[in-house]
Design a protein around this ligand. Structure first.
Ligand SMILES: [Zn+2]
Ligand SMILES: [Zn+2]
Length: 315
């Protein structure tokens, strides 16, 4: 089969001819119909996440088809031990021995992939393959971040990429008010946020206090900025797996029972909840597609921040 393979961090992916993977016990073989591109893939390719299996086929937002015709979604959480203190307390996202798709297990930048079936989700009807792919990480992690941000009405989204464009729709569905903070001069992202229901989008501080903020951009200096924007009792959630260093800030920004936390990975419960909710919103993902062999071009576009919505590879 054809696959885009990472040989070493810092290199571009190479289009290789490799053997179709053989499923082990508990795994299912999937013909890849679509695979979403995530910012985490960039962090892996660039070496900021530095323990991938090598060589590696990246990709953890796989929509695939089994040989008996079922459509399954494969997320980042590829396997957990089921026995550690996290797994046995409904926190399998924090499993000490977790294996992640497109990192510890070969992913979906390929024509075929294997996945542990207990960690796959049925893809909801009503979503085409391409539209479903970004639900599997951008949507799922965004959803978990939104839950952990609390019930607050005024929600700030820092960085308006694949995840934020889904979370904005869910938040509006829940009756929240959405404020989108983008990079200076990113008129396109601001317009996109307004189209999806943000009542304000801009580069500076939002025009009023927020109850919660989710930071999607991997930029540590946004942490004190978001803390300064949330009201007393508000929370700031860092949704990304990697972020540049957070500059020091005065305690006053955290005072007043403001909370700062990260979101790591997902549980299968998150996936079941979100994939049941997505058709009811209904979430409409906006995707730009690239053929498999253009994965490097797609990643470069993501790195430049030139994406409206989500990127999806099609084998
Ligand atoms: Zn575990
Ligand atoms: Zn991801």
């Amino acid at each position: 089969m054809r696959a885009m393979v990472l040989g070493h961090a810092g290199q571009v992916l190479s289009l290789d001819e490799v053997a179709i993977p053989e499923p082990e016990d508990g795994q299912v073989l999937l013909r890849v119909l679509a695979c979403g591109i995530c910012r985490t893939d960039l962090h892996i390719v660039d070496g900021e996440l530095d323990r991938p299996k090598l060589p590696l086929i990246p990709g953890h937002q796989i929509v695939g088809e089994t040989d008996d015709g079922r459509r399954l979604g494969v997320p980042w959480l590829g396997w957990t031990c089921g026995e550690c203190r996290y797994c046995t307390s409904a926190r399998e996202n924090l499993c000490d021995f977790a294996r992640f798709t497109g990192y510890d297990i070969d992913g979906g930048y390929a024509e075929w992939a294997v996945a542990y079936e207990r960690y796959c989700f049925p893809v909801p009807d009503g979503f085409e393959d391409l539209q479903a792919a970004p639900l599997l990480c951008a949507g799922l992690i965004g959803y978990r971040s939104l839950r952990l941000a609390g019930e607050g009405e005024r929600l700030g989204l820092y960085g308006f990429g694949a995840s934020a464009h889904i979370v904005a729709q869910v938040a509006r569905h829940e009756g929240r008010r959405v404020f989108a903070v983008t990079r200076e001069g990113d008129d396109d992202a601001q317009a996109f946020a307004r189209e999806l229901g943000a009542e304000w989008a801009g580069a500076g501080p939002p025009p009023e206090e927020l109850d919660a903020a989710i930071i999607f951009a991997p930029v540590g200096s946004l942490v004190p900025a978001a803390l300064a924007a949330v009201a007393k009792g508000g929370s700031v959630v860092c949704a990304g797996i990697h972020m540049s260093d957070i500059p020091s800030f005065p305690y006053e920004l955290l005072w007043g029972e403001r909370a700062l936390r990260s979101v790591a990975n997902l549980t299968r419960g998150d996936g079941e909840e979100f994939l049941a909710l997505a058709p009811r919103v209904p979430v409409r993902t906006q995707v730009e597609t690239f053929p498999l062999e253009q994965a490097n071009e797609a990643l470069a576009k993501l790195r430049r921040g030139e994406v409206r919505g989500a990127l999806v590879l099609v084998p």
